[in-house]
Design a binder for this molecule. Structure first.
Ligand code: SAH
Length: 253
């Protein structure tokens, strides 16, 4: 059984494709899927597309059409929590859809039919991802040798990530989002646009899911510029190193 590595952006996927043994490109549902091996592990590399629906379609195709055994997401996100800065890494513990609101029929953020607001990531896969990230961050070479803008070292966080169909790009919005979620006990670290959808699809199919997000911006008024530069310069190398290290750990299991 193979492992799906899902990325949101082409920049994140292309470096991994270069490492594939026996690469095979398959078109399905208007998307390109790359089949092959990384460190002798069968993998399917896919682009989630941007937003929850695109990501849910890709995840469903990976499960139904390619029969993957697990899905791991690698991408970038906006930092919301205190001290979650550009260049840091967030490993998701669980996910909430920040734009889910069926109130007053259901409590704000609750997923109708699921009796909960948050979906947890798989603890075993998440622990492996955390180990892979720590491995990369503690290594002094490569992109991890770079310091953050303030000269500080990269920090690895683990916790709640929020997804929704918005690129959050004003300080006002990110403050509002965080305050509202926190007031309901959802202490959110980062915001992005796909993870919660993939978590829900994996939950429905009973498949293990884990996700890692490198912080590309602070979801504030500078987010757009920070995001573009980060994706071009470092995001792909981060994704490459983390995933290669992760697949090595998978090989040992
Ligand atoms: N310019 C890109 C679109 C980027 S959308 C393009 O043309 O392809 C932003 C992507 O990064 C999404 O996949 C989302 O998951 C993540 N992301 C990074 N920062 C974010 C933020 N501040 N708010 C929401 N999503 C963010």
């Amino acid at each position: 059984m193979s492992t799906a590595i899902l990325s949101a952006l082409t920049e994140e996927q292309s470096s991994l494709v270069e490492h594939l043994a026996h690469p095979q490109r398959v078109m399905h549902a208007g998307r390109a899927f790359w089949l092959g091996e990384l460190h002798d592990q069968r993998v399917v590399l896919a682009l989630s597309g941007i937003g929850k629906v695109a990501a849910a379609t890709t995840a469903t195709a990976l499960i139904e059409h390619f029969g993957v055994a697990r899905i791991v997401f690698t991408g970038v996100a906006g930092g919301l929590g205190d001290g979650v800065n550009v260049g840091d890494v967030v490993v998701a513990q669980d996910y909430v859809q920040h734009d889910m609101d069926a109130s007053p029929l259901f409590p704000r953020w609750e997923l109708p039919g699921y009796a909960r607001s948050r979906l947890a990531c798989d603890p075993v896969l998440t622990a492996m991802l955390l180990e892979a990230v720590s491995h990369c961050v503690s290594g002094a070479s490569g992109p991890w040798g770079l310091k953050t803008a303030t000269g500080a070292a990269h920090v690895v966080h683990q916790g709640l990530v929020a997804s929704g169909d918005r690129f959050v790009s004003t300080a006002h919005e990110s403050r509002h989002l965080r305050t509202a979620l926190c007031s309901a006990g959802h202490d959110v670290l980062a915001v992005e646009m796909e993870g919660a959808a993939v978590a829900q699809v994996c939950h429905d199919y009973g498949l293990p899911f884990a996700a890692v997000r490198t912080i590309s911006d602070r979801a504030d008024d500078e987010a757009h510029g920070d995001f573009a530069e980060f994706v071009q310069t470092v995001a792909s190398r981060y994704a490459e190193q983390i995933m290669l290290s992760f697949v090595k750990l998978l090989q040992k299991t």
